[in-house]
Design a protein around this ligand. Structure first.
Ligand SMILES: Cc1cc2nc3c(=O)[nH]c(=O)nc-3n(C[C@H](O)[C@H](O)[C@H](O)COP(=O)(O)OP(=O)(O)OC[C@H]3O[C@@H](n4cnc5c(N)ncnc54)[C@H](O)[C@@H]3O)c2cc1C
Length: 396
């Protein structure tokens, strides 16, 4: 049974409180992971405000890739920590999330790409991630849809894979509510009110919540939330699309999440069919309509590296928004100019796989505790202060 795009129509419809210790804006993976981690650490009077249904933003996709296969220490650590939480989710959160550790296979088709992957693989190995370089022949054994002649090599990270974002959102929401978190769905944040350098309240379409702390987890809409508080969050919405193939009577072989570096074309199993796509060039904007403009580009890429997929038998698909930052890395921190305004956004296509770790980091940041990574390297200040940089990441 294949689970298509899900919006969690849970209609929590709690009464809106008049005060809160912290208001979290956004009911996607980030908002709900942050809410649960805060509540789990003993914070009370937490309110999550979501203008539509939970998971109706970018967190509603059918399957989300999860991996620690990155090229820099910060993203490796966020991915690694989240993978551990995804593995432990059924035990710790009491919810199955459909985690399939089928591995990630990054294909390279030039020596330059191979050298890049070798460097990333070494770095990952030094941090305990079991990625390895594989030959074209081995890559085609791991994924029989590939044409080994098109490849120079590949990197394979066997512990990566994918899980179901809706189930993760639902799991965090259910456990957060058990710990007393108030979740207001179908409630719009209209304004963040401040007096000087302090937040005083959040205004929604249902009234005013007095609070001194706000966490912006508004995904692709975060720049608007930042503007309400006078904080510049450089997050740009960009449409991304996924195609769904027909469910076949015979399943495809079990495939890793496979991504061709030179074209960005990717595919993996989805029930007895496949999910597939490519990072087609898009203007920025909030359009979330699905179309097939990306398909010729996908077909051209597939013709070379996975010829069987040149003309995929598509039955539809899904469009959602990437929440891109100028350097395609997350924005995580507390605004220098407005203490009490926290942000976890700009995940640039990696927000699902980073959700558990970032929720933990946000809770530590709010409580002023040392965390597993220093959040300052993801601070928005890096765009105005050159001394703050992702490369210098100091891993604790
Ligand atoms: C096609 C596609 C494929 C992807 N694949 C992957 C993948 O394989 N792996 C991965 O890790 N990530 C992937 N991503 C990215 C991932 O889905 C996002 O990074 C992640 O879901 C972001 O979660 P979030 O909670 O920050 O934002 P969202 O889930 O977008 O949640 C933000 C919420 O804020 C709410 N909101 C906005 N404004 C207001 C307001 N004024 N008042 C109240 N609520 C408001 C919105 O309604 C929304 O529900 C993909 C994205 C797309 C589009």
């Amino acid at each position: 049974m294949v689970n298509q795009i899900v919006e969690l129509d849970l209609t929590y419809a709690a009464q809106q409180p008049t005060t809160a210790d912290v208001v979290i804006i956004g009911g996607g993976i980030m908002g709900l992971s942050t809410a649960w981690h805060l509540a789990d650490r003993g914070v009370r009077h937490i309110v999550v405000v979501e203008r539509a249904a939970l998971g109706s933003g970018s967190s509603a996709k059918p399957l989300g890739g999860v991996r620690a296969n990155f090229s820099d220490p910060g993203n490796i650590l966020l991915g690694q920590r989240s993978l551990a939480a995804f593995r432990d989710f059924p035990h710790r959160m009491g919810a199955s999330i459909g985690l399939q550790q089928v591995g990630y296979l990054f294909l390279c088709r030039s020596d330059e790409e191979a050298a890049g992957l070798e460097g990333s693989t070494e770095l990952q190995n030094s941090m305990g991630v079991k990625t390895r370089m594989v030959s074209p022949r081995e890559a085609a054994q791991i994924n029989p849809l590939l044409d080994s002649d098109a490849l120079v090599g590949a990197s394979f990270s066997p512990e990566d894979g994918y899980a179901n974002p809706s189930l993760v959102v639902e799991g965090y929401a259910a456990r957060a509510m058990e710990l007393g978190v108030t979740i207001l769905d179908r409630t719009h944040v209209l304004n963040i009110d401040r007096q000087g350098d302090s937040i005083t309240s959040v205004t929604t379409n249902r009234g005013v919540i007095r609070t001194s702390a706000v966490v912006c987890c508004a995904g692709a809409w975060s720049a608007r939330i930042g503007a309400m508080a006078g904080v510049d969050l450089p997050v740009t919405p960009v449409r991304r699309l996924i195609g769904l193939t027909r469910q076949c009577s015979e399943p495809y072989p079990r495939l890793p999440f496979t991504l061709d570096l030179s074209t960005t074309c990717y595919f993996h199993n989805y029930g007895n069919g496949l999910l597939l796509g490519i990072s087609h060039q898009e203007e920025s904007g909030f359009c979330r309509e699905f179309d097939y403009a990306w398909l010729p580009e996908f077909s051209a890429a597939a013709a070379t590296c996975a010829p069987e997929l040149e003309h995929p038998d598509l039955v539809g698909g899904w469009a959602g928004l990437y929440e891109n930052t100028p350097d395609r890395n997350a924005l995580i921190g507390e605004a220098d100019e407005l203490p009490g305004f926290f942000y976890a956004t700009g995940f640039s296509g990696h927000g699902f796989l980073q959700g558990p770790a970032v929720g933990e980091l946000m809770a530590d940041l709010y409580l002023g505790r040392e965390s597993f990574i220093d959040a300052k390297h993801f601070s928005v200040e890096r765009f105005s202060d050159n001394s703050v940089g992702l490369r210098e990441l100091n891993i604790i």
